[in-house]
Design a protein around this ligand. Structure first.
Ligand code: HEM
Length: 459
């Protein structure tokens, strides 16, 4: 064996040693990461378990949830809200904790804060449908886009005193999409809508270009003609296209379609479920329905097909109370969820640890007996002008509250009101089932567990 053989054996041994050390180091590193993660999780779990809740076991979580039927789940959550101190309890969904809160002061601490704007992981299920639109957006892009869109949602209504066109473009579609036969074709509708948006975005872009060329060619000082360029603008799609023209906004076609889909999804079923529940409640309380009809007659006299204006809507105070009470008893979005970024001290002995997911069960918040006397009763008088101030501002949240509330709140209210106003001016309705016979099913929106039947009569 010569010296070069020795060197080659030594270098092989050295290589083996380096590999062994690297493998050992990697194993150590991975074990350290796993251990520190599991210690963190254990510490996190311990903090969560300081919050009371129904019986749960490690890994499998709160087992009882498996056997509760879908139509009972809301009632069970409301019961737990009443059972646990301060209306706060934790559930374990397998290994993932969720903390439910319901007291208005606690709700305010999270929804009212600028700190806790992040949505919970559950919202990811909506991403295939609406991508990074406002509802599912992460906080930085939400901030940029919310600022951009808010004026186009509310501004359009202020410009057009007559709100009827809004209803024809949105609510007629709403009533169609909200009804159950079409639910069967949901996938096809979604695919077709995406295709439609492709078409709408590209056509609108072409139209705008042609219009820009024409108005530039006219080259006149007439302000009327200059303004023509903006006729029809102010719609959501134009706000997005305007923003896309300024590259710093990074508005892609994909984002534009997702945002249009977000507004369609967020605006339609919510408003149509509200209309449905309002019909059901007023159809079950004929004396309240008569008051609504009297109000319509007072505003419109014998005109059965009026062009309803914003001014007319502001005079419909009793109908407004009925819609508010409908949204209290049947909030069309039953569940909101956030992830908190810092520890939140709800009470000195009740702390939500940073990183936890918090759920707001709106029906449970709306049936809090310390906010509402006799909470099960449908009573529009709660929202009369001289009583509304008695309601804690965070005890009523059908449109959520705080910085990340519903951007379409005003539009949703106007749509619902105008459709119901037209209806009660011309028709009377009787619900063929009693309220106690119809249960609710909480999905993304709050629907009835079975079809509701009405008898409708022309007045
Ligand atoms: C009665 C009708 C409506 C109800 C009850 C309602 C309720 C809500 C609620 C509770 C949220 C918060 C969701 C969450 O935090 O996860 C929300 C968000 C939202 N709503 Fe509505 N909504 C209604 C109508 C509308 C309409 C008509 C539009 C659009 C034209 C709309 C667009 C949106 C959007 C885009 C968001 C996300 C806002 C953001 O994260 O910044 N909503 N809505």
């Amino acid at each position: 064996m010569d010296i070069s053989d020795n060197l080659s054996v030594e270098s092989k041994t050295l290589k083996v040693n380096v590999y062994t050390s690297l493998v050992a180091l990697s194993v150590l590193l991975v074990s350290w990461i796993v251990m520190s993660q599991s210690l963190k999780l254990k510490a996190f779990g311990k903090k969560i378990d300081k919050i009371p809740g129904p019986f749960s076991i490690p890994i499998l979580g709160t087992l009882v949830l498996i056997i509760i039927p879908r139509s009972e789940i809301l009632e069970v959550i409301i019961r737990w809200t009443r059972k646990f101190k301060d209306g706060c309890f934790r559930l374990w969904l397998l290994n993932e904790p969720v903390i439910f809160i319901s007291s208005p002061d606690h709700v305010q601490k999270i929804l009212g804060s600028k700190e806790h704007l992040e949505k919970a992981a559950l919202y990811q299920v909506l991403k295939p449908l609406i991508g990074n639109g406002l509802i599912t957006a992460d906080v930085p892009s939400w901030k940029a886009h919310r600022r951009l869109l808010i004026n186009s949602v509310n501004g359009k209504m202020k410009q057009d005193g007559n709100v009827q066109p809004l209803v024809f473009s949105l609510a007629s579609l709403e009533l169609g999409l909200g009804c159950s036969p079409l639910k069967r074709y949901e996938e096809d509708i979604n695919a077709a809508t995406q295709e439609l948006f492709d078409y709408v975005v590209s056509e609108r872009r072409k139209q705008r270009q042609t219009h820009d060329i024409n108005t530039n060619e006219i080259n006149t000082e007439s302000s009327a003609l200059k303004n023509q360029k903006h006729i029809g603008r102010g719609a959501l799609i134009d706000t997005l296209l305007d923003a896309a023209e300024h590259s710093e906004n990074e508005i892609t076609d994909e984002y534009m379609k997702n945002e249009l889909m977000t507004f369609l999804v967020a605006g339609h079923d919510t408003s149509s479920e509200t209309m449905l529940w309002a019909l059901f409640m007023l159809g079950s309380h004929p004396e309240l329905q008569d008051k609504v009809h009297d109000e319509m007659k007072e505003i419109f006299g014998d005109n059965r097909t009026p062009e309803i204006t914003l001014d007319d809507l502001s005079r419909m105070t009793y109908l407004d109370q009925c819609i508010k009470e409908t949204l209290r008893v049947y909030p069309s979005v039953p569940l909101l969820m956030r992830k908190v970024n810092t520890d939140v001290e709800l009470e000195p002995d009740l702390i939500i640890p940073a990183g936890a997911e918090v759920a707001f069960c709106i029906p449970a918040i709306h049936q809090n007996p310390s906010v509402y006397k006799n909470p099960k009763k449908f009573d529009p008088e709660r929202f009369a002008a001289d009583k509304i101030a008695d309601i804690h501002p965070y005890g009523y949240c059908p449109f959520s509250l705080g910085p990340r509330n519903c951007i379409g709140k005003r539009l949703g209210e106007v749509l619902t009101k105008i459709v119901l106003a037209g209806f009660f001016l011309n028709y009377s309705v009787t619900s063929l089932q009693k309220p106690e016979e119809v249960k609710t099913v909480a999905e993304v929106t709050l629907g009835p567990s079975k079809p509701i039947f009405f008898h409708v009569k022309r007045r």
